[in-house]
Design a protein around this ligand. Structure first.
Ligand SMILES: Cc1cc2nc3c(=O)[nH]c(=O)nc-3n(C[C@H](O)[C@H](O)[C@H](O)COP(=O)(O)OP(=O)(O)OC[C@H]3O[C@@H](n4cnc5c(N)ncnc54)[C@H](O)[C@@H]3O)c2cc1C
Length: 445
């Protein structure tokens, strides 16, 4: 009997998507290339293998990562349930015994009567009624060509180079002044942190000696040639950054009436300006060093990092220009994407987008309303960011409170503000789920 849907990739996203489709009563074929073809980071033939850390991050309900878990539970995520069943003690985080977790995922998927697992590398997009591409950050070369053919040239990235993103409320706006270079485009698009000569030189000195992340064996230096980390540029000479992304030209510090020695520019991440990214600060520094060194910039002394900078081997599509809010291709909704390949980052995020892509493919097959979560929820905000054509400079993003719309009332304390975001998200999700038929989002309508 022909299948209703094909899922390509038996990682976190693909397995969750397949289980959601099956829960809704659809027959699924799941293709996983391992062990026939391996990836440079996987070590087993198990489905749902965690390639690095065994942590699915914080369970603290006030954090965006904790809220995402709460939402996944409400939405009926099967992999999150398995993670809870295979959890190991990890303080406030949800960490799992990686073997028990992947074995349980493999068992659950393989024994499901509606899911048929085939170990084969897929190199063309199948003709099925619904296809979900979930081939992850290390998608095989064969499927990369098929994806490029599907979405067009220059829409598939092979590495990421993300600059840190800062919570706007933690930027000292007495020091950082709003302005655009030469007053262009309205004059106040950026926040600008001015550095004196001694401040700049001390900053560069720490930047070049800060500890960097060690690249994986399959991440060669020339992979990142098109986009150099800020610490590499600083290493070329004391003035290299001052003539590059920290150039002060066209900017006057209103507190002195003069052009600063150097300027760190922050660009708003969203229309509400609740989060800013550090322009030109793609970096390979460890997260701890990013916090230490970047907080030397005047105005960023108390900066809270909503996302740290990263540079990795990665495979992801230009989702803001390609996908709709159900994670389907706008040009061909029969085909959806899920997991890291959508440009969302992290294990739990992969499970979450797998759930959403699976539930929406199921809804489409059954003629039910699609699943589009409120933008105030952690997952709804992430998907909204990833699929909004207005999102520029798209780089992999994990859930964080900088993505949600501002609260009606300003709350100064960070933890209190995050608690209010979490309470709003939970209420809005409950209301949304009540507005649908009872049960999980994948239950037949
Ligand atoms: C080296 C490395 C370390 C990472 N460390 C972390 C971490 O510590 N914490 C974290 O949260 N995130 C980490 N990530 C990101 C992580 O990959 C994702 O968070 C998550 O695994 C993505 O899930 P996924 O389902 O999209 O992809 P994956 O889990 O990678 O699953 C994709 C699956 O598709 C299969 N596949 C690929 N091509 C084909 C094909 N053509 N045909 C059939 N099957 C195919 C692969 O074998 C794989 O099983 C890391 C990524 C990498 C590359």
């Amino acid at each position: 009997v022909a299948e209703d849907a094909v899922v390509i990739g038996g990682g976190l996203a693909g397995c969750e998507a397949a289980l959601q489709l099956a829960r809704a009563g659809h027959r699924v074929v799941l293709y996983e290339m391992r062990p026939v073809v391996s990836s440079p980071a996987h070590h087993t033939d198990l489905l749902g293998e965690l390639v690095c850390s065994n942590s699915l991050k914080s369970s603290d309900p006030v954090t965006a990562a904790g809220q995402l878990k709460r939402e996944l539970r409400a939405l009926g995520s099967q992999l999150l349930q398995i993670a809870r069943e295979t959890a190991v003690p990890a303080g406030g985080a949800l960490a799992v015994d990686r073997n028990q977790f992947a074995e349980a995922v493999t068992r659950t998927v393989e024994k499901h009567s509606l899911v048929h697992v085939i170990r084969q590398e897929i190199t063309t997009i199948p003709e099925s009624r619904a296809v979900i591409v979930a081939t992850g950050p290390l998608s095989s070369e064969g499927i990369q060509s098929a994806i490029t053919e599907l979405i067009g040239p220059h829409r598939l990235a092979f590495f990421d180079a993300a600059a840190p993103i800062i919570d706007a409320d933690t930027i000292d706006q007495r020091r950082a002044f709003p302005a655009s270079r030469y007053g262009k485009g309205g004059g106040s698009d950026y926040l600008n942190c001015p550095l004196s000569q001694p401040q700049y030189e001390a900053f560069v000195q720490e930047l070049v000696r800060a500890e960097r992340m060690r690249p994986h064996s399959f991440e060669s230096a020339d992979l990142f040639q098109a986009c150099q980390p800020v610490e590499e540029i600083a290493r070329r000479g004391l003035d290299a950054l001052r003539y590059g992304s920290l150039k002060p030209v066209g900017l006057t510090d209103p507190s002195t009436g003069e052009r600063p020695w150097a300027v760190v520019q922050l660009r708003p991440e969203n229309a509400a300006k609740t989060a800013y990214n550090l322009v030109g600060f793609q970096t390979n520094l460890t997260f701890q060093e990013q916090r230490r060194v970047f907080r030397m910039v005047p105005g960023l002394e108390n900066a809270e990092f909503l996302r740290h900078g990263v540079m990795h081997r990665n495979t992801f599509i230009d989702a803001p220009r390609l996908l709709d809010k159900t994670l389907a291709l706008r040009a061909d909704p029969r085909i959806s994407f899920a997991g890291q390949i959508t440009g969302t980052e992290g294990y739990t995020e992969a499970i979450a987008t797998g759930l959403l892509a699976g539930a929406n493919a199921a809804a489409r097959l059954s003629g039910c309303p699609s699943v589009v979560l409120p933008e105030t929820t952690a997952l709804g905000a992430l998907v909204s960011y990833a699929t909004d054509p207005e999102t520029e400079h798209y780089q992999p993003m994990h859930v964080n409170w900088g993505l949600v719309p501002p609260l009606d009332q300003r709350i100064r304390g960070r933890r209190e503000r995050y608690a209010a975001y979490a309470a709003r998200a939970t209420d809005d999700l409950e209301r949304y789920l009540r507005s649908r038929r009872p049960g999980t989002v994948s239950d037949a309508c």
